[in-house]
Ligand binder design. Structure first.
Ligand SMILES: [Zn+2]
Length: 440
């Protein structure tokens, strides 16, 4: 390439980059369009979402979950990104549209349907949360063309990309997962009137066949069925071809959903659990990350600095509607430091180290940490694992983290979270009283 052309190309790249960079730089003023990194793949590649509009109802389109063989869904996503960038009027005022062009960048790079760990991301989700058992997560799965393989992952939600999409969709109102190639549109397996209607409207506008069920083979661990379990309307358009992005047909489908936004992209309604009100995103986090493990809600949410903060038996959660990457997160809790001997490490292979703390997580606690997504649910260790002397003469180990405390339950041979949040709230009130009460 001649230097002169190179300069022109560089200027063009610079201009197109600035169109995205400038809005991000002014994020405080809520620009109409933005480009956000929502996470990274197993091999460290960025997973990005492009936003259009600033409305409260979040509508998400996800491309290329199945890597290289479904590359046309990534091409389609980029064409939609270009189109909505040029047609801001197409987004209703109360909607904000996010398009994730490639959810599985490692599969794209490695010429694979699966991710870098060889896991099929559309078979890896926790689909045990919906009311249908037929689609429950399994390691042995049916893949493309009904080929059976052990590509569901070692356990549900085990993959980095599964965790990225799980966190990103907690505050969404509707989602479209693009796949190819079957030439039809279908909703979540377990009955959802909104998803059923959305699939029919999308299919009709795009001239695709509507199918109430994918009847070629059972799908376990699918993202649409995971979404059903947290009451998030979800559909799968399967493009007709494996190569053609079928842009006009899918633009018509997306625009038909947007035109029916009040019904198909519904506002998030609160939930009542034991007489306690939970916002939908917090309820979804609680469900998706394990309601039984996290324990019941202790009180209604409190509004603090624009965030909704809610206490559960073992964890504090906050929902921040302005957080584009992950609206619900765990909050630090204050607990009395654990007194006891530091537990010995028996297996160096399973020691997790953390950059910001001298403490480590090892052995069974390390395996538990990885399995439950400890980054989200526990944070960094505040101290090393310690042995607790118990009255009955047995010993149990315990470890304290930023967001909670875990203990090895010797009797049942399992690891549990301790219900320390109430104690943490009382402790912080005694240290820094926020209410005008007197202890008598
Ligand atoms: Zn697919």
């Amino acid at each position: 390439m001649k230097p002169r052309y190179l300069v022109i190309v560089c200027i063009c790249i610079w201009f197109s980059a600035m169109c995205w960079v400038l809005p991000v730089a002014n994020a405080q003023q809520a620009p109409r369009n933005a480009r956000v990194q929502i996470g990274v793949s197993g091999q460290g590649l960025p997973i990005e979402a492009f936003r259009f509009g600033t409305g409260t109802r979040k509508f998400v389109i996800v491309g290329q979950t199945h890597g290289a063989p479904e590359r046309n869904t990534g091409v389609l996503s980029r064409q939609l990104i270009d189109w909505f960038g040029n047609h801001p009027e197409a987004i209703p005022a109360d909607v904000r549209l996010y398009i994730i062009p490639v959810l599985n960048p490692d599969g794209d790079k490695l010429e694979s349907r699966q991710n870098a760990n060889g896991v099929d991301l559309n078979r890896n989700m926790n689909t045990n949360l919906d009311k249908c058992s037929e689609n429950d997560w399994a390691q042995r799965v049916y893949g493309a063309s009904a080929v059976i393989s052990d590509t569901g992952g070692p356990y549900a939600d085990s993959e980095p990309e599964s965790r990225v999409i799980r966190a990103f969709l907690l505050d969404a109102s509707a989602v479209v997962f693009l796949h190819s190639a079957a030439g039809l549109v279908f909703p979540a397996f377990c009955e959802d009137p909104i998803a059923n209607a959305m699939a029919q409207i999308y299919a009709k506008a795009g001239n695709y066949q509507y199918a109430r069920y994918w009847d070629k083979y059972p799908i376990t661990g699918g993202m649409h069925d995971w979404a059903r379990g947290i009451d998030l309307p979800a559909i799968i358009p399967e493009l007709e071809s494996g190569d053609d992005p079928e842009f006009d047909r899918n633009l018509a489908g997306v625009n038909a959903v947007l035109a029916n936004a009040p019904a198909l992209i519904p506002a998030l309604a609160d939930r009542q659990i034991n007489g306690i009100t939970m916002s939908m995103p917090i309820w979804r986090f609680w469900q998706a990350y394990g309601a039984e493990m996290l324990g019941p809600p202790l009180a209604d949410a409190q509004l603090r600095d624009g965030k909704y903060v809610q206490a559960f038996a073992t964890i504090m959660l906050s929902y921040d509607p302005r957080d584009e990457v992950q609206a619900v997160r765990a909050l630090p809790i204050e607990v009395v430091p654990i007194a006891g001997e530091v537990a010995l490490t028996s297996d160096d292979a399973t020691v997790l180290t953390f950059a910001d703390t001298k403490a480590v997580v090892h052995d069974a606690f390390a395996r538990y940490y990885q399995r439950i997504d400890g980054v989200q649910l526990l944070g960094a260790p505040q101290d090393n694992e310690r042995m607790m002397a118990l009255p009955v003469g047995t010993q149990q180990s315990q470890q304290q983290f930023t967001y909670g405390v875990i203990r090895y339950d010797e009797i049942n041979n399992r690891i549990i979270r301790l219900p320390v949040v109430w104690q943490s709230m009382v402790t912080s009130n005694v240290i820094a009283p926020t209410q005008p009460f007197q202890i008598r």
